[in-house]
Design a protein around this ligand. Structure first.
Ligand code: 5AD
Length: 351
């Protein structure tokens, strides 16, 4: 039986498991722990993609600075406040503001935006703005931001270096930056991509053990989706030999969601857009039934959505109108779940 204390070797064995009966056990254990620790309520976070400008050159991501095939945009003050108002009006408790690492968004400007959202709504504010300097992170926390998402993508130092060139010599890696976010008083969210070319089963098992060791508040995982406008998406990163390379499938995604729930039973874990993209019909719902307790519908103004192209084919259902918020509640009801009221902060439980 998989359990919270699993060793890295046991986690790896589960990642390699393909027997349908054994997997049914994995899903059941994850779903039961999810129910016991975070309940049947699903927290809905409105995802507002505030800019697709990016200073970085990550090998996998379509927002990378070198990608000239992407028209760039940045939301205005007014558009951001409208996104927050929409999220609050739909009864969702959190707004997530995400962007590329865009230094056109200044420390002072975003601090003002955060403070204004806090004045006008009761929303929790989550930021996902990349690897910004300490002073920016501190100012945004002081302005009222509650949480920060920064996936570390992989804990394998060699692979990390290949997919994530530093902006400056000697900059801290994302695991180190997550510690800083913690110290600043943010709820901190990490996570990884599943099936990046060069990612081994052993290293993915270590990633999951790190979620446990670092006691992460939020953990987002999803399959790698090749973007032809990036080096990783046009064959420049060599995969490992078969048997060692993690496949970027939805099934592997559910395994990682389930194992993550089992090792971190009280964390907030989303069924991600990438999971919904590799299995459009069922990805989100199976994610929720195999360990996840959060979804992040897109509230970005429609005319920009196509431009926030981390990868092609992104599943962005039309879910901001009232009618669709109702549909979401109905769909959740069909799998025995309810829409959570309130902000959905992490509630720590002894495991
Ligand atoms: N496939 C899947 N996920 C991706 N991300 C970025 N590019 C891709 C891709 N090609 C994920 C990264 C990043 C998050 C915002 O989106 O994990 O941290």
């Amino acid at each position: 039986m998989p359990g919270p204390e699993m060793s890295v070797c046991e986690i790896e064995r589960w990642l390699r498991e393909d027997d349908p009966q054994a997997l049914a056990t994995l899903w059941e254990v994850a779903d039961e722990l999810r129910r016991r620790y975070v309940g049947d309520e699903v927290h809905i976070r409105g995802l507002l993609e505030i800019s697709n400008n990016c200073a970085r050159s990550c090998a996998y991501c379509g927002l990378r600075a070198e990608n000239v095939n992407l028209p760039r945009y940045r939301l205005t003050w007014k558009e951001i406040l409208e996104g927050a108002a929409t999220t609050a009006a739909l009864g969702w408790g959190t707004i997530v503001m995400q962007a590329g690492e865009d230094y056109g968004i200044t420390r002072e400007w975003l601090a003002e935006v955060i403070a204004e959202i806090k004045r006008r709504t009761d929303l929790a504010v989550t930021l996902s703005m990349g690897e910004r300097p300490l002073e920016d992170l501190r100012a945004w926390r002081e302005a009222g931001a509650d949480r920060y998402l920064l996936r570390f993508e992989t804990s394998d130092p060699g692979l990390y270096a290949r997919i994530h060139p530093p902006l400056r010599e000697g900059e801290p890696n994302r695991l180190e930056q997550l510690e800083v976010l913690r110290e600043l008083g943010y709820e901190a969210g990490g996570g990884v991509m599943i099936g990046i070319p060069g990612q081994s089963y052993a290293s993915l098992a270590r990633d999951i053990a790190i979620f446990r060791a670092m006691d992460m508040d939020m953990i987002g995982v999803g399959p790698f989706i090749p973007n032809p406008d990036t080096p990783a998406g046009c064959g420049e990163l060599p995969p490992l030999p078969e048997g060692e390379q993690v496949p970027a499938t939805d099934r592997m995604g559910y395994k990682v969601v389930a194992l993550t729930r089992i090792v971190r039973p009280d964390a907030n874990i989303p069924a991600t857009t990438a999971l919904a993209t590799v299995n459009r019909r069922e990805g989100r719902w199976l994610g929720l039934q195999r360990g996840a307790n959060v979804i992040m519908p897109n509230v970005t103004p429609r005319r920009y959505r196509e431009m926030y192209r981390l990868y092609p084919g992104k599943a962005i259902p039309e879910e901001t109108a009232d009618a669709t918020a109702d549909r979401l509640a109905k769909q959740l009801g069909e799998i025995g779940r309810t829409v959570a009221a309130g902000r959905g902060d992490r509630r720590r439980m002894l495991c």
